[in-house]
Design a protein around this ligand. Structure first.
Ligand code: PLP
Length: 232
């Protein structure tokens, strides 16, 4: 099933790229394996996947230990400052930096290990109460401040769009995030690149790719529905 799902998702990404005149190679598909067993990750690896996303530190570190170190792990969920120490050196990208205090903690831990930690700034594009992330307005000031932290390397922006029936409803937010990243890029801030734009999930990744996503985070579309009743 994972194989067929992966093929379908990749096919849809390709077609979205064609519609937008983009190169398929510019889009990284992250398989969101949260709540799924390590066997599911292994199976996806057999079909060529190397990028996996987790939203909890504990689950990421558990799978990190169980699975080949060649995997690129993406932390896509909210990160508490006291948990930064557990994931330093284990993530290829932290998608969820949403405060200066969190960035400072990452800097501190990065410095300890002499590691420059690649991160994205999480923006709550639709200003939803229930979601983490900073507002569009707070984004540039936060980036300007965070850019001075030597061991934090800002690579771009991330957003979690609202849950909608019609993915077209999220196009506006993807457009806004893309525009914001262009605005930031033109500022040429030292230690900041805006090469990455992490947006789009199972319900809306095609629209996100059309609007310039470089990283899409797909869980259900690859691994099937999640069963939270098994989790503690
Ligand atoms: C769970 C999750 C996803 C994947 O969601 P699906 O709808 O299953 O594709 C993507 N991004 C974040 C931040 C998530 O927590």
């Amino acid at each position: 099933m994972i194989k067929e799902n992966l093929n379908e998702v990749k096919e849809k990404i390709k077609r979205a790229c064609e519609r937008a005149g983009r190169s398929y190679d510019d889009v990284t598909l992250i398989a969101v394996s949260k709540t799924k067993p390590v066997e599911a990750v292994r199976e996806a690896m057999e079909w060529g996947m190397m990028e996996f996303g987790e939203n909890k530190v504990q689950e990421l570190t558990f799978k990190y230990e169980q699975l080949p170190k060649s995997i690129h792990w993406h932390l896509i969920g909210h990160l508490q400052r006291n948990k930064v120490k557990y994931i330093i050196g284990k993530t290829s990208l932290i998608h969820s930096v949403d405060s200066y205090r969190l960035a400072e903690e990452i800097h501190k831990e990065g410095q300890k290990h002499s590691l420059q930690v690649p991160v994205l700034i999480q923006v709550n594009a639709a200003n939803e109460e229930s979601k983490f992330g900073i507002s569009m307005e707070e984004c540039i000031p936060l980036i300007e401040k965070t850019a001075k932290l030597e061991y934090v390397s800002i690579k771009g922006l991330m957003t979690i769009a609202p849950f909608v029936e019609n993915p077209e409803d999220n196009r506006q937010y993807f457009k806004q995030l893309k525009q914001l990243s262009v605005d930031i890029k033109t500022k040429n801030i030292d230690n900041v690149s805006m090469d990455f734009l992490s947006m789009g999930m199972t319900g809306d990744y095609e629209v996100a790719v059309e609007e310039g996503a470089t990283h899409i985070r797909v869980g259900t579309g690859i691994f099937g529905e999640r069963d939270y009743s098994q989790m503690n």
